[in-house]
Design a binder for this molecule. Sequence first.
Ligand code: ADP
Ligand code: MG
Length: 816
Amino acid sequence: MDKILDILQKYYGYKTFRKGQEKIINSILSGEDVLAIMPTGGGKSLCYQIPALCMEGITIVISPLISLMKDQVDTLNTMGIEASYINSSLSVSDYNNVLKNILDNKCKILYIAPERLENIDFLNIIKNKNISQIAIDEAHCISQWGHDFRVSYKKIPYFINNLDNRPIVTAFTATASEEVRQDILKMLGLVNPKVYITGFDRENLYINIVKSSAKNKYLLEYIENHKSENGIIYAATRKEVEKIYEGLSKRDIGVLKYHGGMSNDDRKTSQDKFINDEVNIMVATNAFGMGIDKPDIRWVIHYNMPQSIENYYQEIGRAGRDGQKSECILLFSPVDVHTQKYLIDISTENISRKSIQYDKLQQMVDLVYSNSCYRKSILEYFGETVDVDCDNCSNCLSEGVIIDKTLDAQKVISCVFRMKRNFGIIMIVDVLRGSKNKKVLEAGFDKLSTYGIMKDYSNEELKNFINTLISHGFLDIRENPGARGSFPTVYLNKQSMRVLKGEIKVEFKEVKVAKESREKNELFEILSDLRRSIAANEKIAPYMVFGDATLISMANSYPTTEDEMLNISGVGQIKYQKYGRQFISVIEKYMSDKNIDKESINKNEAKSSKEDEQFFEVDTDKDLYELLKKLRAKFARKENLPYHMVMPKNTLKEISGRYPLELDQLNDISGMGPKKIEKYGQEIIDTVKQYVEQNDIKVEWKDKKRKKLILDGESRKPKEIALDLLNQGIDMRKVGNDLEVSVSTILGYVYDYIKEKNELHFKFDPTIYYCEDEKELIEESIKKHGEEKIREIKQSLPDYIKYESIRAVIIEKYIS
Ligand code: ADP
Ligand code: MG
């Protein structure tokens, strides 16, 4: 326990483990086979590397990608760990050197490509060595169900089985799907494996889905505002990558490209430049990514919608591996759906596979259209239960101003209606803008009353507007079945008719591109320069010297002694010995140039750290809160909904303490999405207005934006509050009532708590949540699905068995 923390500090310079790491490491150290499923950027490498350092003998890491291997080994070497790699990129003499190192016990961790496992020289040498662990990275590559299947992975089990002594075998992947997981367990022949699935949430990623077809404009503005940051632009096809690449290069923006149509050399050069911070924007197809572990990618833009939520999540996962805030933007237009359908069509002949892929595509489309918290939807897709909205996605935060576009929408819809047959967007645009185009005139569309009524739009703007109508479901777009080479045409649907009749409003949010959020810091820039020159000297990537997070914290706290340096996350002893003095002298020089003294910094620290964290404090106005509760009760009765489904209590409290007087301001309140504002907004505003006037309250509205809300000084998460209450001996149902969550949710909290802390400090009787015959059914299903898969368990059981019963049975296993 202490030993692994020591190693974490000494070599990696990190102070604490991330979620799941410690348990996985301990499991491996106690000799168990392990399958660990953690999200991209979750910190899998460390889970096999630390045991490798603790155990006698050599750890062999099997990894699919050559470039990744070199980076990992370079990173380990800079930390002072003896590591080497074997793959096809090595020259014969380098290869012999590695073999010699193994022979001389000078290699603690060996990375190897799977196709090299059969090499005779290697086998001869390794036969007489003590192998402590075989770690299989990107283990999903063994499964044909995954998207990165590699034939050479099938060789791994033979290699393992032919060893005289079977070492501990561990497998790591970010792919969560059940089929893939089963394949890994079976095909790798793990023995009594412990399976760890850590949460899939990546809190530092801001998920932003933009429904707009003004993609280029958005992209250019975004890049303009984020010039110095590293980012990836993903596009669906090679052609699209080339187009974006050309477009940006033409504007003198430094970009790289990467796709399967380029030569190996070109791809490698491109990737190296990106990793070494020579050029900071990469345009790529999904061929790019698995081979890079670059931790400081600040944004990922999807220029097209990806094919599935798995793909999407894996791709955005490449942002912010270092845990720093990063942004993920999906630019959606309805044509993307057609592109992806086409790609599925040509990718496989296998009908059942095709239909699985279509389903996955549909779920991705549903996500895009969803009005609730995106993160929640994604995590639920991966089988996690999530109770609270994330407040860090564009649905939760709904930035931008809402604009009423009903009239313009009616113009478009009535034009489509009058054109009778179905046409593509371009034709509709021509008619609305009064084009004299031959096709328009031949069809007699110049006689329509809608001919030329939208001349105030440019061609591009109108196309975008129609696409936006489509992406919000006010019109449909479809391909004519059977017609070859046909282009998609526009159809009316139920929503269109309701818009036409004036039954529903069409409101769009005008998207604003966020200005660069991270402030420039002069010292940070100076430290980055130093980092770059060290990296160039040592021929390694800059992040291997120190990560962004480490430099930022140096720039904020001015460490000038060994102790202070070692206190910075990311500075371990080895790295301190290598680079510490250089960084300290730069910091000292900066401080003397700028007349900065430590004393005054320390005094200001308390203040500035508070500002850094960006909290937003609100105190409930109790009287207004009571009024709002009554209003909520009214809504609830009208819609026959439980109170908390109308609006959570905390939303009411936040409103009461902030006094929004305009509809728009409600966008800035947690828990108020566009739907809710539409339904309840006006009455809430009216209530607040009246209250403010009657009580003579001077209101000064302040935006919260992305700051973290602290209500009445309460900074604990619901989960923590619940456990504190339970530990005080308060009854489960009452806690549920207080927090406005179901008992099953509370039981979920209890379960997580037991898993973390292993014991409860209050009396808990699970048997009151189920009856005996239910228990048997539940237990059977748990065995089948695994206890983490609550939703699957519930679905496999008769309807009358409740979530809370299932949870209670699971918890009981731990406390009895
Ligand atoms: P993946 O799970 O995708 O393989 P990595 O192992 O590459 O993730 O880790 C991603 C990043 O997170 C790396 O830069 C790594 O150094 C960092 N990291 C891993 N564990 C910790 C930790 N306990 N504290 C801080 N950073 C960590
Ligand atoms: Mg990895």
